[in-house]
Design a protein around this ligand. Structure first.
Ligand code: UD1
Ligand code: UDP
Length: 377
């Protein structure tokens, strides 16, 4: 039985490496890892932390790549890999263009797809863009849907997907988190921030590039100016369109450190030691409730309402004034900060990978039996 895991970006890698580790415990399964290389350095950082060595690397990344570039390169290059290996199932994750293009390629070759982190929805096809479209398309194709929560399961049922194709597993981000956070962790940048309230920042979404990103970072600049007991650390995504704006708006502020992307082990520990987090990321919204860290989500909508219900996340939009006002409010209100800091975990018990692999094994065995049953004497 052959399982191929395909991913291409940092967050997919963080959430699929625990699944790969679990698959590798099953000797009856041949596990193959194919990376598209939609990300390069940021993906390698994760592979290094988890000690995963891909069997295939499509190496498609280009500077300032467009959605056309990513989609067409993957489809063109992955065909030969899928045709050569003929996996019994391909596992993809979430909502990136790697996920969509891989699922589409599998559909063309009639290879079953298992979708990890299935059923997240905002209901707005353009936010996040193009991720809402990507994940909806993968749902059409997937034979197995691994929904992290009951809510994501309900989203799939509402769209008419068969109940027996959907499994609630928890989110594999929580599996990863269990291996990274260490209360004795130290780092010179955290030493620099000691004695201040640390605001951890990330921002990269495609729909925010340009003016919205500038507004978001201006709000942070105003906050740092106004609150002398705060410092900000922003590990800047390698996208040049992000780096230019980050440098322009925050580059000269002495209480802001713009740093290279952190590896996941470092980043989780930075989260654990921060006072609050400002982000437009998806994955960080899942990790923060477990760590009990307040997150102001710089977006208009979220596909992670579980974190909002848990009290950890607050949607603050992308306008300068709103982000500034909401951050100011939180910094001035210790009771609200304490309320948002209560660690809750809507995303499972850290055993999502195990559940996913159990279902995959059952599916493959059943497929095997059907094939055997159909054999001519
Ligand atoms: C992608 C995903 C997004 C996910 C994000 C995680 C799509 C359309 N977008 O967006 O869903 O949230 O990854 O971070 O699938 N770059 C490098 N080195 C790297 C990574 C990126 O130089 O290791 C630069 C390149 O110039 C590249 C650009 O960043 O062209 C953008 O990368 P891309 O994957 O297209 O978009 P992301 O915003 O990273
Ligand atoms: N992350 C990381 N280093 C960083 C910033 C984020 O390892 O410098 C991790 C973070 O903990 C989370 C994931 O990357 O697991 C989120 O990735 P990103 O924000 O790039 O993508 P998204 O989740 O928005 O798709």
């Amino acid at each position: 039985m052959k399982v191929m895991v395909v991913f291409g970006t940092r967050p997919e890698a963080i959430k699929m490496c625990p699944v790969i580790k679990e698959l590798e415990l099953h000797k009856e399964i041949k596990t193959l890892v194919c990376i598209t290389g939609q990300h390069r350095e940021m993906l390698q950082q994760v592979l290094d932390v988890f000690g995963v060595e891909p069997d295939y690397n499509l190496d498609i990344m280009e500077q300032r790549q467009t959605l056309f570039d990513v989609t067409t390169s993957i489809i063109t290059k992955i065909k030969a890999v899928l045709e050569q290996e003929k996996p019994d199932i391909v596992l993809v994750h979430g909502d990136t263009t790697t996920t969509f293009a891989t699922a589409l390629s599998c559909f063309y070759l009639q290879i079953p797809v298992g979708h990890v982190e299935a059923g997240l929805r905002t209901g707005n096809l353009y936010s996040p863009y193009p991720e809402e479209f990507n994940r909806k398309c993968v749902s059409i194709i997937a034979a197995l849907n691994f929904a992290p929560t009951e809510l994501s399961r309900q989203n799939l049922i509402r769209e008419g997907y068969a109940e027996n194709s959907i499994y609630i597993t928890g989110n594999t981000a929580i599996d990863a988190l269990a291996t990274t956070v260490d209360h004795l962790y130290r780092n010179r940048i955290l030493d620099w921030a000691k004695g201040s309230r640390l605001i951890l920042v990330t921002a990269h979404r495609r729909e925010n590039l340009g003016a919205p990103l500038k507004s978001m970072l201006r709000a942070i600049s105003r906050i740092i100016e106004e609150f002398p007991d705060t410092k900000a650390v922003y590990p800047v995504h390698l996208n040049p369109a992000v780096r230019e704006v980050a440098n322009e708006v925050l580059g000269r502020n002495e209480r802001v450190q713009l740093i290279e992307p952190l590896n996941v082990l470092d980043f989780h520990n930075f989260m654990a030691q921060s006072y609050l987090i400002l982000t437009d990321s998806g994955g960080i919204q899942e990790e923060a409730p477990s760590l009990g860290k307040p997150v102001l989500v710089m977006r208009d909508v979220t596909e992670r309402p579980e974190g909002v219900a848990a009290g950890t996340l607050k949607i603050v939009g992308t306008t300068e004034e709103n982000i500034y006002q909401e951050t100011k409010r939180l910094l001035e209100d210790p009771i609200e900060h304490k309320r948002m800091s209560e660690a809750k975990n809507p995303y499972g018990d850290g055993h999502a990978s195990q559940r996913i692999v159990d279902v995959v094994c059952g599916y493959l065995k059943e497929k095997d039996n059907v094939m055997d049953g159909g054999k001519l004497e």
